[in-house]
Design a protein around this ligand. Structure first.
Ligand code: ADP
Length: 309
């Protein structure tokens, strides 16, 4: 590594993972952005390049800038940073486009100034970027991007993040129908209270999913991938959702649901071959309806953000 510059891979992430609204997330391996972060003697943060998506480069309008400023404010570092962002993850796709930039920026900066901050502190800085993107400083995308694998936000106050075991045979399929849903819009339609009955189902499934991941019990993982609270409301915004999910399950996926705030739909499968088959089945639905899509099959990325040069 050149002492003053680092290039990083920032993975896409699936948040919520059916039962874990705002608390569960996982990092992908096959999809992600790249960023170059460079130390400068001039104070502050400048976004000097942004390719692949039409996004603001103003420091205060870009999640990378806002998250980076949160880190700068807490560090004793006297200089500043330049950031280049090479987007591959489409904004508003529901696979953590904003999180990849926010988490990637603070991870790279921390490396360049001698790693004064822990991954948990980096999550806090990156959450400031998420506040800009969606109005809520949620951690369920930035935590898996920074920790890798599956993560659980056990508590927001105080922030407590638990890295969950990821079975090596677990693969994700994600299909992104080319319609945009803003996280802020898909939050607005949610109710702020839930029934005790729904709560019981939901925390049973969260416990089941965590236990299934640790014991590598794929049947239990599959049984626990249910969402009785958010999915029934948000799925209305996603054309073809029910058919895509049904196709995925019929084909042999362990479970399927909305990725983050949508419109992407994810499925988890045992083995890459099944994840590919599931992807094929999901695409048939959008071929029939006539909506363009991107589809990704990926193993779970257990390392999170990494340096590539
Ligand atoms: P996703 O879940 O795909 O990240 P969001 O709706 O949470 O989608 O985030 C996209 C929003 O964040 C858009 O309004 C976009 O303008 C804003 N944004 C600001 N900076 C970035 C960035 N570097 N990468 C992606 N989105 C960004």
């Amino acid at each position: 590594m050149k002492a003053n510059e680092i290039r990083v891979f920032c993975p896409a992430t699936i948040a919520n993972v059916s039962c874990g609204f705002d608390v569960l997330g996982l990092a992908l391996d096959a999809v992600g952005d790249e960023m170059v972060v460079r130390k400068t003697s001039e104070k502050g943060i400048k976004i000097t390049k942004l390719t692949g998506q039409d996004l603001p480069t103003d420091t205060l309008q870009n999640v990378a800038g806002v998250a980076g400023l949160a880190l700068l404010a807490e560090s004793g570092y006297q200089g500043g940073f330049e950031i280049e962002i090479y987007k591959k993850i489409k904004a508003g796709s529901g696979i953590g486009s904003s999180a990849a930039s926010a988490a990637g920026a603070v991870w790279a900066m921390n490396e360049l100034i001698g790693k004064p901050f822990s991954p948990l502190q980096l999550v806090k800085f990156a959450m400031e970027g998420e506040r800009l993107a969606s109005g809520v400083a949620h951690a369920d995308n930035v935590a898996p991007a920074l920790f890798g694998g599956f993560t659980l936000v056990r508590s927001y106050h105080p922030l407590d993040i638990v890295k969950i075991n990821t079975p090596s045979e677990l693969f994700a399929t994600v299909i992104h129908p080319q319609i945009e849903i803003k996280t802020s819009d898909s939050r607005r339609i949610l109710k702020t209270t839930i029934s005790l009955e729904d709560g019981i189902k939901q925390w049973g499934n969260v416990g089941g999913l965590i236990a299934g991941l640790f014991t590598e019990d794929f049947d239990l993982i599959g049984r626990s991938l249910e969402d009785h609270i958010i999915e029934p409301i948000r799925s209305i915004l996603i054309p073809g959702f029910d058919a895509v999910k049904q196709k995925a399950l019929e084909t042999g996926a362990l479970g399927s649901g909305i990725s983050g705030s949508g419109p992407s739909i994810f499925a988890l499968s045992k083995g890459e071959a099944m994840a590919q088959k599931v992807g094929q089945a999901m695409t048939e639905v959008y071929e029939k309806i006539g909506i363009d899509y991107d589809v990704h099959v990926s193993k779970i990325n257990t390392d999170g953000i990494k340096q590539i040069s």
